[in-house]
Design a protein around this ligand. Structure first.
Ligand SMILES: Nc1ncnc2c1ncn2[C@@H]1O[C@H](COP(=O)(O)OP(=O)(O)OP(=O)(O)O)[C@@H](O)[C@H]1O
Ligand SMILES: [Mg+2]
Length: 406
């Protein structure tokens, strides 16, 4: 008998593919985004009519549909214009120089496909692109997703070159659609870039729980029969997504993991309990990723915070964290950083939501910061110890040892 046999029988026979609840699924309807779609269509209508059009900025928190709605609207425009439109989707997290962006645009432009990925000066690529586009007579939409990363890494110049490519060449008809989470993005730009970008913008507001339910229901009902899920389970996914700044991605992920957990459990119905378990799993995956990507010294600082709190649950101070940190660096053979740097790391950890701090007055002795954690100490410790460089910390019961030493 094959030991995997028992897993091939689905306890919940799915009507459709569960990938409808993954990021790769591109829906063709977007409940509660009618207004944004309308606004984007309105902004891009000039392209259909062969007219110069304003560039567009798309704002909104994570998981509010910015990327997927932008791709949907531009794909509809592509449906309308066919080969007369070139769409270049660029994630500026991955491509963050004008050079790499130009090369990416060129890949889709007839006659410019052969521009090499390196070796040409920027102005040669620029000229080649302009002449190929003018010859081809096509329109161009450049979607710069996470556009703030581009400006952060390269300043306004990089964006300026791309805006100029479209604005200053009569043969190039098109727009830049910039997508960002940063509501102050526009204000931070230099005036040259600002004036080109104008103020055309579309805001993606966070979803509330009812709206998230409307987003979840069509997907869930296409794979599950009504008797295979409790409505309360969907409501809970929606409520948790709403709590997390109205995040549809979170609600959808929770629903998918809940179904998977129910199936692994051989249950024939998805109940609320699986959603709670899905939340724990999702949160710990995110927490693990965040801890994993911290620099080594930040991990040691975080470990010190946890130990300080174990010793003094309500009164752990930054000074104490520093003491623990120094001792742990000695133990590991690292040179300790200055208290200033430790303080910077404490601020970073607070930004990540892993710890919280509160200023406490010490009367004439000044003030100190009292530190707390988010209540996931055991998980955090486990994830820190997954770093092989810090394994030594595993066997030492530091909280007792250091308590006696103080
Ligand atoms: N109104 C909606 N209807 C259906 N699905 C939606 C809707 N809004 C968002 N989604 C889905 O939620 C997920 C997240 O959306 P998307 O990736 O577009 O968010 P985003 O705003 O770009 O987030 P980020 O800022 O993190 O990149 C996607 O799977 C998308 O299909
Ligand atoms: Mg996005």
């Amino acid at each position: 008998m094959n030991p995997f046999d028992k897993y091939s029988i689905q306890t919940i026979p799915l009507k459709g593919d569960i990938s409808i609840l993954t990021a790769s699924h591109e829906p063709d309807s977007f409940p509660h985004r009618e207004e944004q779609i309308e606004k984007m269509v309105n902004s891009m209508r000039g392209i259909v009519m062969g007219m110069k059009t304003n560039h567009l900025l798309v704002y909104g928190k994570t998981g509010t549909g910015k990327t997927s709605v932008t791709k949907y609207v531009t794909s509809k425009l592509h449906e309308k214009l066919g080969e007369r439109l070139i769409i270049s989707y660029i994630n500026c997290q991955a491509y963050d120089s004008p050079y790499s962006i130009m090369v990416n645009i060129a890949k889709n432009v007839p006659g410019a496909e052969n521009i090499p990925v390196s070796g040409w000066p920027l102005d040669r690529i620029y000229d080649e692109l302009v002449s190929s586009m003018t010859k081809a007579g096509t329109s161009l939409i450049v979607i710069l997703d996470e556009i703030d990363k581009l400006v952060e890494k390269n300043g306004g110049d990089s964006l300026y070159v791309i805006l100029k490519l479209i604005d200053e060449n009569p043969g190039v008809l098109g727009i830049v659609v910039g997508i960002t989470n940063d509501t102050s993005f526009y204000e931070k730009l230099d005036s040259r870039v600002k004036s080109r970008l104008s103020r055309d913008s579309v805001i993606f507001h966070p979803y509330n729980a009812d709206q998230l339910k409307d987003i979840l229901l069509p997907r869930v009902s296409s794979i599950l029969k009504p008797e295979q899920y409790e409505e309360a389970a969907i409501n809970l996914c929606a409520a948790l997504g709403a709590q997390e700044h109205g995040d549809a991605r979170k609600a959808i992920d929770l629903m998918r993991i809940s179904i998977e957990l129910a199936m692994l459990d051989s249950s024939d119905i998805v109940i609320r309990d699986y959603v709670y378990r899905a939340r724990e799993k999702l949160d710990s995956d995110i927490l693990r990723d965040t801890v994993k990507t911290l620099p080594t010294h930040a991990k040691i600082v975080l470990y010190s915070v946890i130990l300080s709190i174990q010793v003094h649950p309500n009164s752990a101070t930054t000074g104490e964290v520093g003491l623990f940190y120094n001792k742990m660096c000695n133990l590991l053979g690292y040179t300790p950083l200055t208290s200033r740097r430790i303080s910077d790391y404490i601020n970073d950890l607070e930004d990540y939501g892993m710890i919280g701090t509160m200023l406490k007055s010490l009367g004439r002795y000044g003030r100190t910061r009292i530190i707390r954690t988010s209540g996931r100490e055991d998980d955090i410790k486990r994830f820190i110890l997954e770093d092989s460089d810090l394994e030594k910390l595993r066997d030492v019961n530091l909280s007792t040892q250091l308590k006696f030493e103080q």
